[in-house]
Design a binder for this molecule. Structure first.
Ligand code: PEP
Ligand code: MN
Length: 286
């Protein structure tokens, strides 16, 4: 970590609070709970997610429109149509939205529709993409590479920071190991270490770590207990029908239940679960 200049803590107390919107932050006392499907599929799906998770509550919505799929024959995402769905849901429900950027050419369009740009594991060391995101005035969620050391992870963040964007959120999402029972291995040791050595917010994605929905809630709770600043969890109105990552998706009811169960754990580690950023659409009140 010797070459990192901007990501490291200057003193043991320093921590950066990042705004996702006027009211939603990560890195302070408030935890950040992000929910949503792996991929945006249609407007009805995202409306169901937003309306049902407003009561959980969650603070931000996720959904991929450019999907890094292992097979080129699998669904690649809705692209611009998906961004328009995200923007409509954000407008209607007030949630900040997070979506993945895979290429420099997508940055402008995504930044015009979303609040937070996600760099996926497969692009953690796409240095040209990282440099370009340094010039963007929106927060970036940087996911740990499939087999990245912590030094490589922090140096990837350093690329974005050193190119001018101070709003970097680190995301531990599991790393490859020898066992195939879980999709990846959730490295909670990395969460504790990153919180000690960097001032950046650290969130955990238990969904891609586990790969199996029955493991997700317990891993999410463990992440908060270990000091993570938030979680990002895949959930879907009809999980088994998800076009991607169906096996790891929670139902919306399970997501609500998970968020409720976090309250006591948050309190035990000196954190709070904020009110949701979203609300029921105004139409319901007229
Ligand atoms: C995702 O968040 O849907 C995703 C593709 O994650 P990762 O880059 O961690 O595999
Ligand atoms: Mn996914």
């Amino acid at each position: 970590m010797q070459k990192a200049k901007l990501a490291l803590k200057t003193d043991t107390q320093s921590h950066t609070v990042i705004h996702l919107s006027d009211t939603v932050t990560v890195g302070g006392k408030d935890l950040l709970i992000v929910g949503g499907p792996c991929a945006v599929e249609d407007r009805a799906q995202m409306e169901a997610v937003a309306s049902q998770l407003a009561i959980a509550p969650i603070q931000a919505i996720r959904g991929g429109v450019y999907k890094p799929r292992t097979s080129p024959y699998d669904f690649q995402g809705l692209g611009l149509e998906g961004l328009q769905i995200l923007a409509a849901v954000r407008q209607r429900y007030g949630f900040p939205v997070i979506t993945e950027v895979m290429a420099i050419a997508q940055i402008e369009e995504i930044a015009a529709h979303a609040d937070v740009l996600q760099v996926g594991s497969r692009n953690m060391q796409n240095f040209d993409l990282l440099k370009a995101l340094g010039g963007v005035n929106k927060p970036v969620v940087l996911k740990r590479g499939l087999a990245a050391t912590l030094e490589e992870f922090v140096m990837a963040a350093e690329y974005i920071l050193s190119h001018g964007n101070p709003h970097v959120i680190l995301c531990e999402r599991g790393i490859r190991s020898f066992d195939t029972y879980t999709r990846n291995v959730l490295d909670l040791g990395a969460v504790v270490a990153l919180k000690q050595i960097t001032h950046l917010p650290v969130i955990v994605d238990p969904s891609h770590a586990a790969g199996k929905r029955e493991l997700v809630a317990d891993l999410a709770r463990a992440a908060i207990a270990a000091g993570a600043d938030g979680i990002m969890v895949e959930c879907h109105p009809v999980p088994e029908k998800s076009v991607s990552d169906a096996r790891q998706a929670l139902s919306l009811d399970e997501m609500v239940e998970l968020v409720r169960s976090l309250k006591a754990i948050a309190a035990a580690v000196g954190r709070t679960l904020p009110e949701g950023a979203g609300s029921l659409p105004r139409l319901l009140f007229v």
